[in-house]
Design a binder for this molecule. Sequence first.
Ligand SMILES: [Zn+2]
Length: 262
Amino acid sequence: MPDITARFDGKRVLADLNTLRAIGAYKTGVHKPTFSEPHLRSLAWLAAQLPAAGLAATIDGIGNVLGTSAKAGPKLLAGSHLESQNHAGWLDGPLGVIYALEAARVINADPGINGAVEVAAWCDEEGHFGSFLGSRSFAGALTEAEIDAARDRNSDRTMRQALGDAGFAGRPRLQAEPGRHIGYLEAHIEQGDTLESSGLKIGPPHSFTITSTGSVTKRFNSTIEPVLSFRTSRICRDEVSGATRIPDVNPIATRVSTAPGT
Ligand SMILES: [Zn+2]
């Protein structure tokens, strides 16, 4: 493959990220719960950008945005999500979507490159209605009954109602075609300062281990102790030096539930 690094436009990437940040801006971040007006506007904005990257845009029956290419050759799927946690940071999700969009713009337009990048924004990765509903739908692992039961944890609006309000009800849910993609890539903002403090610019997670420790605290204890604590580690490889390091990271859990509810 020719060296196409110079064709990637960092200013365009930043402008796109700032466009998404302005939709649903809250203080220095954003507030875009799943199927809120700013979230829906962000989905529509992304769908409108995809044709210029050589992609046919679809918003499907679960609210996933998918850009598909008719170009011959192998295809890499890349993306992330556009809703946010409540009152959250502006790069969690959009970074992976816009990196994918920029890669698609450059790679798909070049007839000398065999293959294409396809772009996805998975709906409800942040768990307002359930657990990874959009990406599980694409993977063929989400039942209609689960959608029937899904409710917004903040407003109690049902997912069916939200899909209807958004105009997505009745649309087919897109599913992965076996063999279509050579892989999936999700670039993600680091949720901590480990890379920066280690002098690393980028690092792929090679492995995660999650260990739960601690004990359940009885309801009427006078002191409150953590019910569970999590410790993770991952190995990051510095793409420049090739050095391998093992920094500690702080995980963010979208939702933790325990049972029985003592
Ligand atoms: Zn995220």
